[in-house]
Ligand binder design. Structure first.
Ligand SMILES: [Zn+2]
Length: 171
């Protein structure tokens, strides 16, 4: 199995935030999509996906489904953007999304590398480590932080764990 390149995935997310001067949290996905040249639409249909990036007549359209839990839809859309900006093969990621729906409960170590990379990209885009640093006093309150960053509690818990393991490396 190919190893996921988390470092590259995170760097790409940081690069996009920096390049487009997106310095505030919660990360505004609509602004990011528009700056990246994607059309942004919101859907309100509980039968549809949480979020997606589609190609219609050569135009990339980013969709966020308001009928789904907001934090989940945000993560899904950020994950899809990850596939695009990490240059994952198109067919591969469209196919993988179906797999992702079924394989959602797959343990982390059984997810394909590209899925893990897209998750790392989404995590850094929505919870930039530089921003998380400013909330060091709140790291024991993941619920509160999840609210600030508009992410799910599990997504925040992962980011906090990652923050601690990363800062250990630099100690
Ligand atoms: Zn995916």
């Amino acid at each position: 199995m190919i190893e996921a390149n988390y470092k590259y995935a995170r760097e790409m997310a940081r690069k996009i935030l920096k390049q487009h001067k997106i310095l505030d949290i919660p990360t505004n996905l609509q602004v990011i999509c528009e700056k990246l040249g994607l059309e942004y639409v919101e859907l309100d249909d509980s039968n549809e996906l949480d979020g997606a990036v589609l190609e219609l007549d050569g135009t990339r359209v980013a969709m966020l489904n308001k009928a789904k839990p907001f934090v989940r839809a945000r993560f899904t859309l950020a994950h899809e953007l990850g596939h695009i900006f990490l240059n994952h093969d198109k067919r591969e990621f469209y196919d993988a999304e179906a797999a992702r729906d079924y394989g959602e409960d797959l343990p982390e170590n059984q997810k394909p590398a590209k899925e893990k990379e897209a998750d790392a990209f989404a995590s850094e885009l929505l919870i930039p480590m530089e921003q998380l640093k400013k909330f060091q006093g709140d790291l024991k309150s993941p619920d509160k932080l999840a609210g600030f960053f508009q992410v799910s509690k599990p997504a925040m818990a992962i980011a906090i764990a990652n923050f601690f393991s990363t800062s250990k490396t630099f100690r």
